[in-house]
Write a protein that binds this ligand. Structure first.
Ligand SMILES: Cc1cc2nc3c(=O)[nH]c(=O)nc-3n(C[C@H](O)[C@H](O)[C@H](O)COP(=O)(O)O)c2cc1C
Length: 203
């Protein structure tokens, strides 16, 4: 078990709720890193363990863990990309083949897979939980000092592609989390006007 984090708290242990300025500063400045700027070194096995443990602490109505992780290390990811490329070429789809550049560049990827559980919890909420897992994983990777980019692209939606990944019938890709060390600092992007998106319910 990693020593990069506090030990996993015991079930029922009281947990701290307190101001954490460093976390606020991190969230204020966090930025995804473009996939093509991600290079070696890849996250260590220990750091991947940290990321997955923190990702799995995402909110999850009903404690269903309606998701799972598939790790694609460098050579396995290259083979996955090769098989997707063959699929695209078999369809004469040069654009789809070209889109694989983002998947090929980084040294590591983690696919977050949404696996809907039979439950009273609505499917919508189970999907939202998978998105929260992606966000946690992204932020954990950035907080560890790596670069990360959450992408989907055509091979997240194409049933032949997801079969190559090993998904079963009801499963969907919530995100391919591309990981590595950024070769250059990511630049700030446009951010939404939060005030324009916010209203106060008046009844
Ligand atoms: C579900 C989801 C899928 C995404 N898929 C792609 C994608 O296929 N290609 C892409 O360039 N960006 C994609 N993005 C956008 C980037 O991951 C990222 O959100 C964007 O670059 C903004 O970066 P930020 O984290 O710094 O705000 C996706 C984002 C989400 C939430």
């Amino acid at each position: 078990m990693t020593d990069r984090l506090p030990p996993a708290p015991d079930f029922g242990a009281p947990l701290p709720v307190r101001p954490t300025p460093e976390v606020l500063a991190f969230l204020a400045l966090r930025r995804s890193t473009p996939a093509v700027t991600l290079a070696e070194p890849a996250p260590t096995a220990e750091d991947v363990e940290v990321m997955l443990r923190l990702a799995a602490r995402a909110p999850d109505h009903g404690k269903l863990a309606p998701w799972r992780f598939i790790i694609l290390e460098q050579s396995a990811k290259a083979e996955f990309a090769r098989r997707l490329e063959a699929l695209a070429q078999s369809r004469g789809d040069a654009q789809a083949a070209a889109k694989l550049g983002k998947l090929k560049a980084p040294p590591l990827a983690v696919a977050v897979v949404s696996s809907i559980r039979a439950s009273q919890i609505p499917e919508w909420e189970q999907l939202l939980s998978a998105g929260a897992v992606c966000t946690n994983l992204l932020n954990a990777a950035l907080a560890l000092g790596y670069g990360c980019n959450w992408i989907t692209d055509w091979y997240a939606y194409d049933t032949e592609a997801t079969a190559i990944l090993g998904l079963s019938g009801g499963e969907r890709v919530a995100g391919f989390m591309l990981l590595g060390t950024p070769k250059e600092a990511p630049l700030e992007r446009e951010r939404p006007d939060v005030a324009a998106l916010t209203s106060h319910w008046q009844g």
